[in-house]
Design a protein around this ligand. Sequence first.
Ligand code: NCD
Length: 360
Amino acid sequence: MKHLIEPTDLTVAETDSIIALAEDIIADRAKYSDVCRGKKLATLFYEPSTRTRLSFTSAMMELGGSVIGFSDAASSSVSKGETVADTVRVIASFADIIAMRHFKEGAPLVASQYAGIPVINAGDGSHAHPTQTLTDLLTIKREKGRLDHFTIGFCGDLKFGRTVHSLIKALSRYEGVRVILIAPDELRLPEYMRREVCDKCGIDYREVSTMEEVMPELDVLYMTRVQKERFLDEEEFNRVKDSFVLDPQKLAAAKSDMIVLHPLPRVNEITRAVDADPRAAYFRQVENGKFVRMALIYSLLRWAEGESRSTAPQIDPALVRPELACSNARCISTTEDVDPLFHVADDGTCRCAYCESRPR
Ligand code: NCD
């Protein structure tokens, strides 16, 4: 059964087919208004979200399907101590597809092992956010006409920003994409991303400390919010919170056809005066998110047709390492009774399959 937990769970051909389908939906919405009639999407949101949850909801409604779920774990039986595995086994008897957001990294992977229906990761901790990535890819495709041979600058919180991690992973599979990482030392891209993704895929990337020095070379500028809720130390957050702010003066040095993306919500990292610039594409990006989620839901449901809906655990025995434990306090494996799963990365290090961290 096909799930979307990491952006690379879809092959490049599958990713491109979803983007093409989203473009077709945009061109002829009426054609798709009934294709999910009788199907139910369950949105299981354990962490605050407005746009992602409503984007999934409106996507399913526009396909003619319906939506159940919760947006506040405190009001579900999770507050009674139910595990993710049990919750999804129950929900799977009511719904046909699940979209899950969770503050614990790896929770959607656990869900996919037990659900027996397709599971979409709608954001897990600082780890991944593959549907934002599909949104970003569709936006780049529509705005620039291609997904290869361009230079993209990622600016802000590259340490905790799950949208950044997922988009870099996805872009590593397209030709000629140059990546420039713009962040203070405290918010650098995690080491596993630099080694495992950038070095391994041979991405042309460099790290700089101001946006001014690279602005003229960028085709895409991907701005991000400093992720306050992921800092364990408030003082460190206060030190870096105003690190990078895009304003019209800085934008003046950019190419006339550069685009500015942001997954939103924005705090203060893009001044309001930038909104009127035609290069500000972040509100167009939000709308693309709904179309690409329509394409994803429809595709996953079609691919799952005829597959068994058994909720017997689907776990690769080769990854089970009972003698190891993950070192990441935000990993689902440190709080729930799940099989410890590890794989050996190309650099020879052992990595947790839920969150990519090293064992303790
Ligand atoms: C992002 C997220 O949740 O990771 N937002 C989103 O999905 N629209 C970015 C963020 O919260 O800063």
